[in-house]
Design a protein around this ligand. Sequence first.
Ligand code: MN
Length: 246
Amino acid sequence: MKQSAEMNRRQFVQLATITAAGAAMLPGHARAATASQTLPALPYAFDALEPHIDARTMEIHHGKHHATYVAGLNAALEKVPDLAKHPLDHVLTGLPAVADESVRTALRNHGGGHWNHTFFWEIMTPAAKSGAPSEKLAAAINEAFGSMDDFKKAFNEAAAKRFGSGWAWLVLKDGKLKITSTPNQDNPLMKGLVPDAELGTPLLGLDVWEHAYYLHYQNRRADYIGAWWNVVNWAAVSKRFAEASK
Ligand code: MN
């Protein structure tokens, strides 16, 4: 009896280990699109970005808001199995070709939400690890905007001026750095859908939906934007810049 219970426990542990290893390789992490996208684990603890972004906000933002986008995306992908075989980036760039308007809208909102939040978690890190842009990225920022301070000022303005919910972005477009912003969960990959935005490869993005800051900052979006710079993961942003520049 005891031996059997022990065997079951060991089998359970083995199974749990195998399942966890499989989950780590699920396509959500590589952004391949299948009808079973998963919520990626945060790359740090909920309280890791304190005091700049509070733990409760991170917990709800990741566990509720991002999770809702993943569920909505999966529901939409089930209706377009051919498109669901492709990586999520491809789905987002190909949205205008999706004939059914309700499916297209769901893919836009929930697919954008999943892509944007996965990206957002990755370009942040605890303040102690924030670091600085690589030499090449710093040089490109200076060339495009004059100085790091001027770049931040222009980015902050884009983030502050986004009316209602949306995102501010730094993108690489035709080899040039550009600052832009998008409404809702749109992003600079969505060709043909966001006429006012600069399309390009996102390098840095800031969520300015109220759900990203309201618990701690209430209406003070500018304070949230200012504090957020402390937790930018410059190593991750520099890596994206190097890859996009190839
Ligand atoms: Mn958000």
